[in-house]
Each structure stands twice: as structure tokens, then as C-alpha cells.
Design a protein around this ligand. Sequence first.
Ligand code: ZN
Length: 236
Amino acid sequence: MSMNDTPAAEMMLLAGKQAQIAWRRSTRARRVSLKIDPCAGGVVITLPPRASRRTGLALLRDHENWVAARLAALPQAQMIAAGQMIPVCGEPHLIVAVPSGRGGAWIEERMIKVAGSPEFLSRRVSDALRQMAGRRFAELAMEKAQTAGVRPKRVRVKDTRTRWGSCAPDGTLMFCWRLIMAPDFVQDYVVGHEVAHLRHMNHGPRFWALTEQLTPHREAAGSWLDAHGQALLRIG
Ligand SMILES: [Zn+2]
């Protein structure tokens, strides 16, 4: 991305409040667009190759109140730091620094204990949760795949921002590691949903019938993610 006139990110007043604006240039974009980024807590303006910054700003001004309202409605960002609580499988866990300890981060009772120097604490916690997510989702996916009579090629976890899980045509299942913070029934549904895609690469009636067979939590998990999903993206 090379733009002399457009910094990658900047602060701007929107409806009287400071807001973070990030600029993106996309060769695939057909028109200028605005998107709320729940992780950064800001707005992203995407410009097609020949659109000017001025066009982007005009669109932003046209939708200033909408953007400001959406930003104000975002859950608060939550830092991963000693003394903070973050959920693991839906249960709040206190983050406790153990400077003299060895071995990264581990879960004990309702605590996440973190060894080593404080500057790496946040990284150690997210690494540990990521590993836990990788193990757990792989196990759950294998179990459900067996029920469905299918076989994932592999199971991966990533820090995805737009989807909780996906199923690639080659049979690779991918899950957002942050899902490990959601309650078990939500994890169960997302994994069941993606495993069902190994058989049906669509959202047709047969796909849903199989999903129901693999997990009873479709409705509850859907409403939980609608209500709390964004908050998970703002942790870290
Ligand atoms: Zn789907």
C-alpha cells in the first residue's frame, strides 16, 4: 500500500468524539466503503485503486452519526494483564503473575498463572489459550467427525476477526482461538457447524439436519455470539 496522501491510521473527531480511522487501499474494491473494526475499536475506510482520500472522507462525514453510534456501542477493550479477569470456557479466570515460576502460562483453579517477566505476560496468556483452543477444538472436531462419518484434513486455530470458524474445500477446519473464552455450548455448536460443512458445503436443509445431529446448541450459541461475540474480539 503506497499512499502519499493517506496515513494508515489517524485520529479524527466524529460527532464530537475521538475516533480511530484506518485507511486501506484495495485493488479488489469496487467502491469506497466503511466498516467498523471491533478489535481496533475504530472505523476502516477502504478505497478502490483510483478513489481519493477526499471521497472516503465524504462518505465518512455522510455516515458520521451512524459510525459514532456503532463505535460507542462497542464493548470496552479489555487488557490481558495481572489482576484482570478473562473468561475461559465461559468462566471468569483471574490472571496472576508468578514471576519466579517456569513454563509460560497455565490454568489452576479459576486462575491463569503466568511465569516470567511482566512484559511478556499478555503474550504468554494468549499463547496458552491458543494452544488450549487448538487441542480442544481438534478433539471436539474429531469426535463429531466420527459421528458424521467424515474426516477433517486438519484443524487449525487463528486470530480471525470476521468468523468463528470455517471449512475449506480441502477439508481444513479453522477456528478463531478466542472461541476458547466462550462457554462450552458455544464451542460445541461452532465446531459442529464446521464439521457438518465437511459433508455439505452449503447451508441447505441437509446441512442443518446434520448440524442438529452433531450439536443441540444452535439457537443458544447463536444468540450468545450475537450478544457477547464482539467482546471476545476486544480482549488482549
Ligand atoms: Zn456455515
